[in-house]
Design a protein around this ligand. Structure first.
Ligand code: SAM
Length: 302
């Protein structure tokens, strides 16, 4: 197959016929390659380039703006952890806001929580939603939950107009990592907007950087979140082979109020209650939850 969108890093293009090359500038000197069986979709929305292909070993793969976002083989690790780490840490989650996450996978996971009464999702790009509905029914199934209210627009503006203290959980799945791009987008105040939208003792979960990233310090990320979140602040991580670095980090933060101990889930997931998902969780359980907060020694040293 012809694949125009080869990885380009620092002006160096790597072209391997029949393979998609994922190069990210944050990870100089490294690339992931996926063998392409068939190109399924190419689109250019107002916000980003979308590219979907059938790979030979990882199911269908989604690429946004040149970066692999998910593969069918391991998407559940990211979706389950980003959802259940916060929702299993508070006693009775009822109202949840998801910013981004237009694929529907986080919605699919929230759906497993019977206590939740209302789910708002604010996704900016309708082409992302339509593409996932067409090619990834097992992920976009999340939209079928009747508690879901879809808002198309900018998540930052949505947060600005949200009533104060309206949510017990906010999940960010819109920005590449905490503290950099995301904060710039909101003029440095993204975390404050999230904290304002949360009830006392409410929780936020966001993607955070990878431990192996040379510029990343867990201590700095925690200190940065503590400036805004006066409850608990913790860093967790999970292997996700599709991401360069092989893992993803998460920031878990709570506002001042009833204490939240993220490391010890008090609201265990009922693996028999699927919601709209088509089977039990494949990655998350209470032991994996607690283990996700254990850090290797070098992460403390940094
Ligand atoms: N995990 C998903 C996936 O694999 O496709 C989504 C992650 S992707 C990095 C970011 C998502 O957030 C995209 O669907 C994008 O359209 C959306 N997004 C980006 N900026 C946004 C904003 N300001 N408000 C709402 N959604 C946004």
């Amino acid at each position: 197959p012809t694949i125009e969108n080869h990885g380009v890093s620092n002006g160096v293009a790597l072209k391997v016929p029949g393979w998609y090359v994922d190069i990210e500038d944050d990870w100089p000197g490294e690339a992931h390659l996926y063998k392409v069986e068939k190109v399924l979709f190419r689109g250019k929305s107002k916000y980003q380039d979308l590219f979907v292909f059938q790979s030979s070993g990882h199911g269908k793969v989604v690429v946004l703006n040149g970066d692999v976002q998910l593969t069918e083989k391991d998407e559940f690790a990211y979706q389950e952890m980003l959802t259940h780490l916060p929702l299993c840490s508070i006693p009775n989650p009822k109202k949840v806001l998801l910013i981004g996450g237009g694929d529907g996978g986080i919605l699919r996971e929230i759906s497993r929580h019977a206590s939740v009464e209302h789910i708002d999702i604010c996704e900016i790009d309708t082409m992302v939603i339509d593409m996932y509905r067409q090619f990834f029914p097992e992920i976009a199934v999340g939209y079928q939950d009747p508690r879901v209210n879809l808002h198309i627009g900018d998540g930052i503006e949505f947060l600005k107009s949200a009533p104060q203290g309206d949510y017990d959980t906010v999940i960010l799945d819109a920005f590449q990592c905490m503290g950099s791009e995301a904060e710039q987008l909101a003029g440095g105040s993204l975390l404050e907007l999230v904290a304002r939208a949360l009830q006392p003792g409410g929780v936020m979960a966001s993607q955070a950087q990878c431990l192996w990233h040379k510029e990343f310090s867990v201590a700095d990320a925690i200190a940065s979140c503590r400036r805004t979140f006066k409850g608990s602040v913790s860093y967790a991580w999970s292997p996700v082979p599709a991401y360069i670095g092989g893992m993803v980090g998460f920031m878990l933060c709570s506002t001042e109020g009833p204490a939240v101990d993220f490391k010890h889930p008090i609201n265990p997931l009922n693996p028999k209650h699927y919601g709209v998902a088509r089977g039990p969780p494949k990655f998350y359980n209470s032991e994996v939850h607690t283990a996700a907060f254990c850090l290797p020694s070098f992460a403390y040293e940094v």
